[in-house]
Design a protein around this ligand. Structure first.
Ligand SMILES: [Zn+2]
Length: 454
């Protein structure tokens, strides 16, 4: 048993069922878990104990990024101001085809993880090609992640084929020993995975109690096509396949009917809202208040940096809350609701709320301290409004996973940040130069966009 670590002096937002807030709170951490949460009056901190200084901080569960593709970290800003189809088919897919490799995914993920830790995120739910490389990067930097192997019909050179069971068995064995990483299955979407593959992966998920992570009802075209081909909406189609008999989390859900919402609620399917990606790619807006009212667990995600272009959940929360105010009226998604989406409700959407999402005894000690000793946070009347409407990821001061500080006083502890930035910059120069060779084909006519890479 290790010695305890005490997070002291901050205002603790527990995000427990009673939504308790503790002024001058103390969180005792031992063996990676929360041992006690209470006020300074009720928890004695022994003299000489290890402490984390959280004075003038809001202390809350580490943020949960419910949907992202961290391996795309190296192609932020490569395709801008284009309609969705052109963005995807003319630039993103050809770029991935040209550059996609385990090394590209590893360094992209490392960059994404560094950005997330610095913005207070402790858990992310990922899906990409060569996902083993993403898992290795997350493990190396210390984050908690659900890593879903992409199982779509789009494959990259060098990716292994074979049955779902063969691919997943190999993927899971590569991740063994990565205690903070949970393997999952990633059927990209209903239009990139056929019925047979779905049946195979549903049975594998059921046999091994694994999460399925996919995109669902993201565009009107997806819904139109599903109705035309199957006479069912995408959620009805997935339900008929048996997908919702296993733990499932779906990103987007922007084009849902009232009966789709009732179906998702009754089958306990998690939904992850990605407002900035939806706005940037001009898709529809997720009916978050309606889903929440029906009892669906709704989390918050960034999607990838190619369609956002950052991984800052506090900025995402700001957009999410204002977007529903615009769409449905003031109070339909409050600041407190939005913080729930980043923490406990996000954990529910990922079917991991028994492990993380609130500061309660027995849960993993995944904790963020948001600095409020700054001009954008004084005076502070409402901590939830402060987080959603005023703070950004740049205000994250300490980020802890399983009791380990991955960022302490704004400094990453496990990696050399400057070396990572230098390496990512070198990759960017190679990608840019390749596009501008006279013989460059594929995406060369459209991207990456002219810019000063330095
Ligand atoms: Zn996505």
């Amino acid at each position: 048993m290790s010695e305890s670590l005490y997070v002291v002096g901050g205002t603790v937002l527990t995000m427990n069922a009673a939504m308790d807030i503790l002024e001058n709170g103390v969180v005792e951490v031992r063996d990676g878990k929360i041992k006690q949460v209470g006020s300074a009056d009720s928890i004695a901190v022994p003299a000489g104990a290890r402490t984390v200084d959280a004075r003038h901080c809001l202390v809350l569960p580490g943020f949960i990024n419910g949907h992202t593709h961290t391996g795309m970290g190296l192609i932020r800003g490569i395709a801008e101001d284009l309609p969705f189809d052109q963005w995807l088919n003319d630039v993103i897919l050809p770029t991935e085809k040209r550059w996609g490799s385990p090394e590209f995914v590893y360094i992209g993920t490392m960059l994404s993880c560094a950005e997330m830790i610095k913005a207070g995120t402790t858990t992310f739910n990922d899906m990409y090609h060569f996902e083993e490389a993403s898992a290795r990067a997350a493990h190396a930097i210390g984050m908690r992640a659900i890593c879903a192997q992409d199982l779509s019909s789009i494959t990259w050179e060098g990716e292994k084929g074979g049955s779902v069971a063969e691919r997943m068995d190999e993927f899971r064995s590569a991740l063994s020993g990565f205690e903070r990483i949970t393997p999952a299955l990633g059927p990209h979407a209903i239009y990139t995975v056929d019925r047979l593959m779905f049946e195979e992966l549903i049975s594998y998920a059921a046999d091994n109690n694994l999460l399925v992570h996919m995109h669902l009802s993201e565009t009107k075209e997806e819904v139109r096509r599903c109705l035309r081909e199957n006479n069912q909406t995408p959620p009805e189609y997935c339900n008929a396949l048996g997908l919702f008999n296993v733990k499932t989390v779906c990103a987007h859900g922007t084009c849902l009917s009232p009966s789709d919402i009732a179906l998702l609620a009754s089958r306990q399917v998690g939904i992850v809202h990605n407002p900035e990606s939806n706005l940037k790619l001009e898709t529809k807006i997720c009916p978050v208040p309606e889903l929440r009212h029906a009892g669906v667990a709704v989390g918050l995600g960034t999607d990838s940096v190619a369609s956002n272009n950052d991984l800052d959940l506090l900025q995402e929360a700001d957009t999410a809350a204002k977007l529903q105010t615009y769409r449905k009226g003031i109070g339909t998604l409050t600041a407190q609701d939005t913080v729930r989406m980043m923490t406990i409700d996000g954990a529910r959407a990922l079917h991991m709320d028994s492990v993380v999402g609130s500061l309660e005894v027995g849960k993993r000690a995944d904790i963020v301290c948001i600095d409020t000793n700054k001009p954008n946070a004084v005076p502070l009347y409402n901590p939830y409004a402060q987080l959603v409407y005023s703070s950004t990821g740049a205000d994250a001061r300490h980020t802890m996973v399983e009791g380990e500080l991955l960022m302490e006083d704004y400094r990453l502890t496990r990696i050399d940040e400057q070396a990572l930035l230098d390496e990512a910059r070198a990759w960017g120069k190679r990608i840019y130069a390749d596009y501008h060779k006279p013989s460059a084909g594929g995406a060369g006519s459209r991207g990456p966009q002219d810019s000063a890479l330095h």
